[in-house]
Write a protein that binds this ligand. Structure first.
Ligand SMILES: NC(=O)c1ccc[n+]([C@@H]2O[C@H](COP(=O)([O-])OP(=O)(O)OC[C@H]3O[C@@H](n4cnc5c(N)ncnc54)[C@H](O)[C@@H]3O)[C@@H](O)[C@H]2O)c1
Length: 343
């Protein structure tokens, strides 16, 4: 399916991932509308394409806003979400729980507006946390889609309020498909990073610490925890492919299977910055998330005929270059502590 000339709504389109998606859709000749309340998204993220899109500033916790935004659209990429890095999601559960309102409004509006298909930005946080601990007996290396399922005992144990809201969002979308025939897919994004992400996420926090020559260089948790850090251009390509090929309301992982520990990610970033701190300090009083998390890429390869292409080393270099271009060292050092917990 080509996106050329399609009428497409991107909710949360001013976000880090959303803005890259919008740019890519505009480049393909789609007619794009963005609906965003700019609570964590930034209009500057859309600077390169703002003249080519329609922008609606609205709060999708309101039913009317969702109806207005979806009217006349063919495809809806639903990314709007109250979300941030680990520091934010663990300290703002009441706000995060309002994502149930956003998702409910958007899916109902999509049905009423007769959109052709919906692509929901879900998360690796839907997977049971006990499968991602430090105990090798229980840990599952490379989580596959059927391992998170609200209807199978033991497979609904999502990661905090944020993960539960995403799992319920997926459940709503598949229920709308089963009962009403609404076509859609849930993309389980795995730890996306890249230009425009903010310091509340680990990789950009490391970039900020490296540029400001922090020593001891602080890492939240043991540093031994690992992730499959997925570069934003790969996430966007995966989302677009999924939305054009999967319509049955099911979920699909979008991520690389390259596994990197948090300590080695920090070291790679320091090295790319030409900086070697005298000491890495592991702050175990701060939230570190699950111990081991990585995607199975089998369904992605089978259904989308594709796998991510950007290595962590290359993605980290691009992220550093962009961050340096957009921030002076003084800006980086100002309020860094607060930024680590913000959205
Ligand atoms: N960054 C990641 O690693 C990651 C991983 C898994 C899933 N996701 C999902 O991808 C999507 C995009 O995430 P992101 O990291 O790019 O940035 P983000 O989470 O900050 O993006 C959310 C966007 O939604 C907007 N928004 C929030 N509340 C809104 C409301 N009530 N009405 C309208 N708009 C609202 C924000 O302004 C922002 O632009 C989110 O749904 C997020 O949960 C991200």
């Amino acid at each position: 399916m080509s996106y050329t000339n399609k009428r497409i709504l991107v909710t949360g389109g001013a976000s880090f991932i959303g803005s890259h998606l919008v740019e890519s859709l505009v480049a393909e000749g789609a007619s794009v509308t963005v609906a965003d309340d700019l609570s964590s998204g930034r209009i500057e993220h859309l600077a390169s394409c703002i003249k080519d899109i329609a922008f609606i500033k609205c709060d999708l916790r309101n039913t009317e806003s969702a109806s207005l935004a979806t009217k006349g659209q063919q495809t809806v990429f639903h990314l709007a979400n109250i979300h941030g890095g680990r520091g934010f999601i663990e300290t703002h559960p009441g706000e995060i729980s309002q994502n149930l309102l956003i998702d409910g409004n958007v899916f109902r509006a999509c049905l009423e507006s007769q959109v052709e298909n919906v692509c929901y930005a879900s998360s690796a946080c839907v997977y049971p946390t006990y499968m991602q601990g430090s105990d090798p007996e229980r840990r599952v290396r490379h989580l596959s889609e059927e391992m998170a399922d609200p209807f199978i005992e033991g497979r609904a144990a999502a990661d905090g309020v944020y993960g539960w809201c995403k799992l319920m969002g997926e459940m709503s979308l598949s229920s709308y498909h089963k009962q009403f025939g609404l076509r859609g897919v849930s993309c389980r994004l795995f730890t996306v990073y890249g230009p425009r992400e903010n310091e509340s996420h680990a990789i950009v926090a490391f970039v900020a610490r490296a540029i400001s020559r922090q020593d001891p260089f602080v890492i939240w948790g043991s540093g031994g925890q690992d992730r499959n850090f997925t570069y934003v251009s790969d996430a966007v390509e995966g989302i677009k492919r999924a939305a054009s090929r999967v319509f049955d309301g099911s979920a699909i992982n979008i991520g690389t299977d390259e596994v990197t520990t948090v300590l080695s990610a920090a070291k790679i970033i320091c090295e790319a910055e030409g900086y070697l701190p005298a000491q890495f300090y592991f702050d175990t009083t701060k939230p570190e998330g699950v111990y081991a998390r990585a995607a199975s890429v089998k369904k992605q390869e089978d259904l989308l005929g594709w796998r991510p292409t950007v290595s962590f080393k290359d993605g980290a270099r691009e992220t550093i270059a962009h961050y340096r271009r957009s921030n002076s060292r003084k800006q980086i050092e100002t309020n860094l502590k607060e930024k680590l917990f913000a959205r």
